[in-house]
Structure formats: C-alpha cells, structure tokens
Design a protein around this ligand. Structure first.
Ligand code: ZN
Length: 489
C-alpha cells in the first residue's frame, strides 16, 4: 500500500499513517452546526477531508467516514452560557428547531454536492443520540471526573489535570488558562471556571430538552462527538479532523471526556485544517465580509466582482496546503479559475495527442512526483504544480516539438484523470454542465407537478401562474391526457 505521511496535531509532527485495523480506517470529522446557510468557512474542512477520504480509498483503505450534524447543544459563545444557536434561530424565525435543522442541513448538502464533496458513510445528528450521550455522562460521573450541580453535570477539569494533561492537544497550560479566566461570581453552578458542561439543566422556556436522571435538559456541545465517535467507530479510532478553531475547547474537551470515560484517548491522529481569511481579514458578520457559498456561486455579494463556480472554489482551496492560511480575494479566485481551466484543457489535449514509436517525455517520473506530493501530508499545491509542469510537455507534443508512445500516452491520460478527478475531486466542464442540467430538469418537473396538483384542486390562478412563469423562461408546455410534456424552447 502506498505510504501516507500525515501531520498529527497531537504530537506536533508528521507521522506515517498506520491504522489500528487495516485495511479499515475510522475517520470522524466535526460537521456544521446547522443554524444558518453554509458559508465559505464550511468549504475548507469539507474539501480538505474529502481529499483525505478520496486518497485513503484510492490507495486501498476501506474508510468509514463519520461527519456529524450539530443540531442541539452548541451555545452561542461555544461555552456553557448563551442561547442554543439553533433554538435562537428557531425563536427568531418562529419555526420549530427541527425545521431550522432540516432547512440548513439541505442547504449544506446542496453546497457540498456542488463542491463535489462525497457524502460521508454516516451522518449522525446530536439530537438523535441523546441516550448515548447520557450514558457517556454517567460513565464520566462513575469515573469521578464529573459532578452534579443543581441538575447540571460538569467536567472537573482540575481533578482531571492532576492525573492527565488538559491542554495536551492545544498546547495550553492550565495555569495560564486560569489566569485568563474570570473568577466565578458565587452564583455559578460550576466549582471552577475551566469546568465545562456535560449536561445542562434547561430553563422552562428552552425549546429542546430531554428527560434525564439529573434534570430535564440537554447535552453539552463537546459530548456529542465523543458519544457518536464511539458509537460508530469504537472506543479507539484512527482519525479525527476539523478546523483549527475547534482545537480548543472542543477537541481538547473530547480528549478529556474519552480519557475520563474509557481510561484512554479515543483518537490516534488529530488533523486540523487552517482558517480562511477574506482580503486579509477574518470572516465575520460584523465586518461585512461574511459570504455564504450560494452567494459565491451566484456572485451576489457586494465584495464579489463576479460569480465563481463551485469547482473554482474547490481548486482555489486545494492550491494552498491545508495547514496554511488561505486568503480569498477576487484576483486570487480569478487566477485559480484560469489555472484550473488550463489543467482541464490539458486533459482534453492529452486525448488528442499524436503517438510515436518513441517518447521524449518522462511520464513515470511525473507519476512518482505526484504520489510523493499527495503522500506527504496531502501536499496538494505541490501536486498541482507538477501537473502544471507536465502541461508544457503536453503542449510540446501537441505542437510536434516532442513525442510520446501510445503506452506513455495511456499512462499520462490515466495520471491526469486519477489526480484531477478521483483524488482532487475536480469535475470536467462537461460534468459541471450535466450537473446544472440535471438540477434544471428536476426543478421544472417539480413545478409542473405542482401545477398539475393545483389544477386538480381547481386552483387555476396558481396553475396559470406556474405555466406563465415557465413559458416566460422558455419552457414549452404541452398538456396531454395523462398530464404534460415539456421541452426547452
Ligand atoms: Zn465535534
């Protein structure tokens, strides 16, 4: 099996990847908290771990990839206070929390599909695993690293740190953390400021709450990933990933929880992607540079000069190493778009190259270089640069200044296809167009079905409105005795 070296955030060094039970690999990645539309910040972890997922499978592993949906317990300030993000949105929009969850889960899925991110093997929701989380809390209580206080349960960080290392992942020191934390005001349920909630007693007006032996309440945010990771991947598994912003407190707390519950940390390789900035600034609603993925795809945001295809976004992300910061700007995206088009064009050119009895180009060397790059901590920018260098050979052969044999041409064609499409996950222009037309077809069918239903219900105003709208958009509709036929004008 092709060797893979990966940077383990836990030990702060590159390590050769060796799964617990080869060829099986268990991989858990923290998914979105679904209280708003998917944005640029969601694109980077999903594309990064998609490439890892694709590459592990390419080199022969059988990967069980779990990426959760957070639909309860993530409070506004990522800690133990503030309103639940989903519940707040539901209150503001006057919707059920599960309507918010459904709406934004579908939006997230649409965006992931557009970015050609493969779906995970399992996509569990926190609210669907309340029993597992309660059972996990009980184990931490039994091990003595948690305490109950007024119906809530907190993790005892100082007690834990006497036997283990709270801060092992983020490199933080507990004394420094304490000096940076406000002291408790005496009203607090917690014994110490660093303690974090495993279970929170809900106020009566809190929308999402469940019965438990401690109180009617809801689980702490960090708990869901420990509980669902264990349920689907076991007490010890290979890879846990996410954005660098999740390292502390979220992942640090996950390590503490699993060590307290099971006596050992659950995860072998911690992998974190770096963050995205926009024109050099952190993305944030208050800065006016918060961009959703749909806005990027349609160009409808004041800082965008044009629309960018999902593949341009994907290629742009892959042009930087996942552990480097990545700055979005119109110029950089336009350059990425041109670069990607040149590579896709190069792939088209390969297929039309004339063959000769001799090769003056080195295709096997290129293959080694590409595998070396991707196997070295997923170095996609180096991999892409090798594909760019090879473009010169391809152009030289096309122009008659170099030659290639049929066998070498086959190798080159396969190499480009495997790296561009299977591993980097790009789509050819034809595939991108067929995705669009598939979408269009589904949308028209849905509208015509709705028109048929309206006619059955004698809602002729509605059925006429749908017909007129579609006709104006160039859809030719012919009513038949069984329903309808349609075509594009
Ligand atoms: Zn998580």
């Amino acid at each position: 099996m092709q060797k893979l070296v990966i940077y383990n955030t836990l030990r702060r060094k590159k390590e050769e990847f060796a799964p617990i039970n080869p060829p099986h690999v268990g991989m858990y990645v923290c998914g979105p908290t679904v209280y708003g539309e998917a944005h640029l910040g969601h694109a980077r972890p999903s594309v990064t771990f998609d490439v890892l997922f694709r590459y592990l499978q390419h080199i022969g592993y059988k990967v069980r990839y779990v990426r959760n949906i957070t639909d309860v317990g993530h409070l506004e300030n990522d800690a133990d206070t503030g309103e639940d993000k989903i519940a707040k949105k539901a209150r503001l929009e006057q919707l059920e929390p599960m309507e918010i969850v459904q709406l934004y889960t579908l939006n997230y899925h649409d965006c992931m599909k557009a970015l050609n991110v493969l779906p995970p093997s399992i996509e569990p929701r926190a609210s669907g695993h309340i029993i597992e989380q309660q059972e996990y809390v009980q184990r931490i209580l039994d091990s003595g690293f948690a305490y109950e206080s007024q119906g809530s349960v907190y993790f005892d960080v100082e007690k834990y740190n006497k036997q283990h290392n709270y801060g092992i992942l983020s490199g933080r020191n507990i004394d420094d953390m304490l000096s940076n934390t406000r002291s408790l005001d005496g009203q607090d349920e917690k014994r110490a400021p660093l303690d974090f909630a495993l279970w929170k007693k809900a106020k009566p007006e809190h929308i999402m709450q469940w019965n438990s032996v401690w109180s009617k309440g809801f689980p702490g945010w960090h708990l869901e990933c420990s509980a669902m990771g264990e349920k689907y991947l076991g007490k010890e598994f290979d890879i846990h990933g996410g954005g660098m912003d999740l390292m502390f407190p979220h992942h640090e707390c996950e390590i503490a929880q699993s060590t307290a519950a099971n006596g050992k940390s659950a995860v072998r390789y911690w992998i974190h992607n770096n963050m995205i900035t926009i024109n050099g600034q952190k993305m944030g609603k208050s800065l006016g540079n918060f961009i959703t993925l749909q806005e990027l795809f349609s160009g409808s945001h004041k800082i965008l000069e044009q629309a960018y295809t999902p593949m341009t976004i994907r290629f742009f992300i892959l042009q930087a190493h996942y552990r480097s910061t990545l700055d979005f700007s119109n110029e950089a995206l336009q350059a990425a778009q041109k670069g990607m088009e040149r590579l896709l064009q190069g792939y088209q050119t390969i297929q039309k190259l004339p063959v000769s009895v001799q090769s003056t180009v080195q295709v096997n060397e290129l293959s080694t270089k590409c595998y070396d790059a991707i196997s070295d901590d997923l170095n996609t920018p180096i991999l892409i640069s090798h594909l760019f260098v090879a473009l010169k050979d391809i152009q030289a052969i096309a122009a008659g200044a170099a030659t290639i044999t049929q066998a070498d041409k086959d190798v080159l064609e396969k190499l480009y296809r495997v790296f561009l499409f299977d591993i980097l996950g790009l789509q050819s222009q034809a595939d991108q167009q067929s995705n669009n037309s598939e979408l269009l077809h589904t949308a028209i069918e849905m509208l015509l079905q709705a028109r048929l239903d309206a006619k059955k219900n004698k809602d002729f105003a509605k059925s006429d409105e749908i017909r007129n709208t579609l006709t104006n958009l160039g859809v030719v509709i012919k009513d038949t005795k069984d329903g309808y036929e349609w075509s594009l004008a």
